[in-house]
Structure formats: structure tokens, C-alpha cells
Design a protein around this ligand. Structure first.
Ligand code: ATP
Ligand code: MG
Ligand code: MG
Ligand code: MG
Length: 493
């Protein structure tokens, strides 16, 4: 490839280093010192104290004006949760790298927009006809960002490629609390022919979850803090915080229609095939996947990345908070492997890990250093689930049949709950299996079932309220994050 994945990453880092940015290594994907956050979900997380003006004067961050890096991110729970898309679409992963450049009270919108445009069109050589940009259109109490709109015009973006966007798409927030602000995003049109070559303008497809017009880069202009009471307070200084999906950029530069067709994923697919003897991955964009095998390739390759990086940074599978997200991801992946690759579960994921280490160990040495631990923890967790996976599948079939016999397309909450309670099937896994059978699950019913179970087991120490509640409620719920040590930092947010 002209643009191999490592070269794409290196080019980004070099571009900003040449423009006065300091390289700051990715922070841990498990944010142990920030209990308000389930996983690191964006490059800006580690700079929170700078944005809030609470940075320790003795730290390296105190004098940092411009930074660049590639941040390990996980979006599998909490405010940013893309787990349900994984396997089904071509551009959302649970683990991904976010390339980013930052200004801390230094340059603002003009330079940020200038850098983005120059890097994309001049350095990476992306056809400007395929790019669309957005700006914040304003909300009740917030001004529209007409400055950003004007600046995009100045760098040469035609007006019909500059689009207004709403609170959901063009106002970035890290979580329920924290630094935030209006953003301006860049989208890429990957249809066969761009505008002017026989295709219409793609504006109508921007931000519509259309797999052919995807968001690649977000430029956030941080100027507020979302307080615990939900109000927005202006921050002492204005900052720039950007995030570009590395795997999406690689896909664009390698002229692929799916992130899974790039050298980020193909080595993992190759390894999965070696292990399972399954047919080759042939997932072609926009085509059905009748035997489910291509989907399974995507899920397993995605999940092994999430699991390995989470474990390397200290996120071990267990029953609460972050640990439960890791457990859910593993069980979901194991079930895909068992069902679609017809492989034994017990040491499946650990056999893929060496390929990942070979591919990413240079950029992220922690996975090479922790390789043995990662494999051991995966094996232990997989073995413990293997015992109940096959039995749980049989019970699920029984429940599914029972529903069908009744002429119902609803899998009762009690059954979903029992699969969780007795066989360790996370609700999202049961949902997925139900979907395969054309069955639906009613969240309310599941909640009622767990409430009943909670009542029944009152006084039973084993089933704590937190543990029961955790299952269907948002996993980002802070009360479930008992495994996270509180630090001095945490008291502030
Ligand atoms: P989308 O609308 O596609 O879900 P987003 O608006 O949620 O993306 P941001 O929070 O703006 O994403 O993050 C910055 C960039 O990170 C995005 O422009 C995108 O390129 C990338 N990105 C976000 N989520 C994912 C993901 N799940 N997998 C891969 N890349 C992602
Ligand atoms: Mg998203
Ligand atoms: Mg978006
Ligand atoms: Mg975005």
C-alpha cells in the first residue's frame, strides 16, 4: 500500500509535530483515575484537568500548549456505546484509535480548520469534492458557530459542502459532566462517483448513518464545562480538541469501502481463518451475509482488540462496571466464534492475540509486554463461560420455541433474566440471539424480572442491588463502579 496503516499514523503525528505540537503518548484505555468515565472514549480525556484549569503545576501538562497523539479508545458502554453496531456496519468498532491535535489556550478555530483542510487535501491528497464539513447551528441558549462556517469558506470549501448540524451531532460532550463545546466535522463521500461525475451532492447523506458518507474528523472548540446540575459554565480558556478515526482514515486512503478491508484488520482475519479453518472473509460492502460468517469475522477481530487493550491496561473481566463490559464483550465474541466458526471455546481468543501483538506492539508496547497476562486472563474467562454457553444455547432454544408456539414474537423478561442469572448470558447477547430468531425483548419486562429476583433474594448477600441493577441499566451508571479507586482528582468532577 502507498498508505499503509503505520504510515498514515506517522504522517499525522509528523504533520502536527512540525507545527509545534508535542507528542503525548496515549493514556490508558482504562481510566483508573477518573471514576466518571467507564473507558477512555476520546483523545481529550487525559487532558481534562487542563481544560478545567485544575492541572497540577508540577505536571508536564502545566506548560503544554500544543499536543498530538493517537489515543486508544473503547466505546462499548456508557454515554458512547457502539457495541450493537459492531459486526453489522463497516465503520464502528468497540476499540479504535483516535488521532488528535490539541491547542490549550493557544490557537483556536482559524488555525485548527486550516490544519485539517491542509492535512487532508494536500498531505493525504484526498479529493476535496468528496469532503463535506459541518458547523453547529445553535440551540435554545447557544449561539450558532458562524465563525467556523466562515472559516471553512475561507479555506476554499464550496458553500454547498458546508452544512449546519444540531446539538446531537455538532456539540461534543465527553460524558454527563465535563468540558464540551460546539464542533465542526469533516465527512467523506465514498460513493463510486463523487459530485460532478454523475452523482448528486451528498449533503443529504451526511450524518444519516449512511455507510457511504462517513464522518472522519471532529474538530471540537472547547469553551464550556457541563456541571453536575447540567448547566453550562464558560471555561477560563478556549481550547481546540480534535479527533479523527484512524481506521476510517486508513480505509479512505486505501480506497476501501470498509475499515475491515484495510491492513488494520486483514492480518487478524487471516489468523482467525488459520485457527478455525473457516472459509475466507469475503464480506463485500453492501452485500448480505447469509451464513453469518463475515459478520463473525468482524465481531471477533473487533473484540480481540478491545479485550487485549483493556486487559493490558488493567481492565479484567468481572461482574461490575468496566469489568462487566469486558466480560460482555468476551461472551459475545465467544458465542459468535462457537456458533459461526463452530470452534471450541476455551482458548480461542488467546490464539489470535500474537497476531495483534505483532501488528500493534511497536506503537503500543504495553500489549507486547502484557501478552502472557492477556492470554491467561482470556483463557480463564473463556473456559468459565464455555461450561454454560452450550447449555444456555439449549435453554434459549427451548424458550424461543415456547414463544413461537404461543404465536408470540416476544421473548419473556423472566426467560431473559434466567439466562443471565443461571447461564451468565448478558442481556445484550440474548438480545442478539433473539434477533436471529425474529424475536424481541422488552427491556421493561427484564427490569421487572430482575426486580422480582431482587425482592425474592432480599437478605441474600450474593445478589446485591448493584449487581442486579447493572444488567440492563446503562453500564456507565456510576453507582456500579465500585471497583474504581477514588483519587484526589475524582473529587473535583
Ligand atoms: P459517528 O457519528 O460515526 O458515530 P461520533 O460522532 O460518535 O462518530 P466523535 O465522538 O465525534 O464520533 O469521535 C471523533 C471521531 O472518532 C469520529 O469522527 C470518527 O472518525 C471516530 N469514531 C467515533 N466512533 C468510532 C467507532 N466506534 N469506531 C471507529 N471510529 C470511531
Ligand atoms: Mg458515534
Ligand atoms: Mg457523529
Ligand atoms: Mg462526531
Amino acid at each position: 500500500h502507498e498508505w499503509s496503516a503505520p504510515k498514515v499514523r506517522e504522517t499525522f503525528l509528523e504533520y502536527f509535530k512540525e507545527r509545534g505540537h508535542t507528542f503525548v503518548p496515549s493514556s490508558s484505555v482504562v481510566p483508573l483515575s477518573d471514576p466518571t468515565l467507564l473507558f477512555t472514549n476520546a483523545g481529550m480525556n487525559q487532558y481534562k484537568s487542563i481544560f478545567l484549569g485544575t492541572v497540577d503545576p508540577a505536571s508536564d501538562f502545566a506548560s503544554l500548549k500544543r499536543a498530538v497523539n493517537s489515543q486508544k479508545c473503547i466505546r462499548a458502554g456508557g454515554k458512547h456505546n457502539d457495541l450493537d453496531d459492531v459486526g453489522k456496519d463497516s465503520y464502528h468498532h468497540t476499540f479504535f484509535e483516535m488521532l488528535g491535535n490539541w491547542s490549550f489556550g493557544d490557537y483556536f478555530k482559524k488555525e485548527a480548520i486550516g490544519f485539517s483542510w491542509e492535512l487532508l487535501t494536500k498531505v493525504y491528497g484526498i479529493d476535496p469534492k468528496r469532503l463535506y464539513v459541518t458547523y453547529f447551528e445553535g440551540a435554545d441558549d447557544l449561539e450558532p458557530d458562524l465563525e467556523a462556517k466562515e472559516l471553512w469558506k475561507e479555506v476554499g470549501v464550496p458553500e454547498d459542502h458546508i452544512l449546519p448540524g444540531n446539538m446531537k451531532d455538532n456539540f461534543w460532550e465527553m460524558g454527563d459532566q465535563g468540558p464540551c463545546g460546539p464542533c465542526s466535522e469533516v465527512h467523506y463521500d465514498l460513493r463510486e462517483k463523487a459530485e460532478g461525475e454523475g452523482y448528486r451532492n451528498a449533503s443529504a447523506l451526511v450524518n444519516q448513518d449512511d455507510p457511504e458518507v462517513i464522518e472522519i474528523w471532529n474538530n471540537v472548540f472547547i469553551q464550556y464545562n457541563r456541571e453536575p446540575d447540567r448547566s453550562l459554565q464558560p471555561l477560563p480558556n478556549k481550547h481546540v480538541d480534535t479527533g479523527m478515526g484512524f481506521e476510517r482514515l486508513v480505509s479512505v486512503l486505501q480506497n476501501k469501502k470498509s475499515n475491515y478491508d484495510t491492513d488494520v484488520f486483514t492480518p487478524l482475519f487471516k489468523r482467525i481463518q488459520e485457527i478455525t479453518g473457516a472459509r475466507e472473509y469475503r464480506g463485500r460492502f453492501g452485500e448480505e451475509d447469509p451464513d453469518g460468517i463475515d459478520t463473525a469475522y468482524r465481531v471477533v477481530a473487533d473484540h480481540v482488540r478491545t479485550l487485549s487493550f483493556a486487559i493490558a491496561d488493567g481492565g479484567v473481566p468481572n461482574n461490575v462496571g468496566r469489568g462487566y463490559v469486558v466480560r460482555r464483550v468476551l461472551r459475545r465474541g465467544a458465542r459468535y466464534a462457537r456458533k459461526y466458526f463452530e470452534t471450541d471455546i476455551g482458548d480461542f481468543f488467546s490464539k489470535i492475540v500474537p497476531s495483534l501483538v505483532e501488528q500493534m506492539g511497536a506503537m503500543f508496547p504495553e500489549i507486547a509486554k502484557k501478552e502472557t497476562d492477556i492470554k491467561e486472563i482470556l483463557d480463564e474467562e473463556e473456559k468459565s463461560f464455555a461450561k454454560s454457553l452450550d447449555r444456555g444455547e439449549i435453554i434459549f432454544e427451548k424458550y424461543a420455541k415456547k414463544a413461537k408456539v404461543k404465536g408470540s414474537n416476544n421473548l419473556p423478561g423472566d426467560d431473559v433474566w434466567r439466562l443471565y442469572d443461571t447461564y451468565g448470558f448478558p442481556v445484550d447477547l440474548t438480545k442478539l440471539m433473539a434477533e436471529e430468531r425474529g424475536l424481541e425483548i422488552n427491556d421493561k419486562e427484564v427490569e421487572e424480572a430482575q426486580e422480582k429476583a431482587r425482592e425474592a433474594s432480599k437478605g441474600d448477600k450474593k445478589t446485591t442491588a448493584a449487581l442486579v441493577k447493572l444488567d440492563v441499566h446503562d453500564l456507565g451508571a456510576l453507582e456500579n463502579m465500585k471497583d474504581v479507586p477514588k483519587t484526589d482528582d475524582s473529587a473535583k468532577y
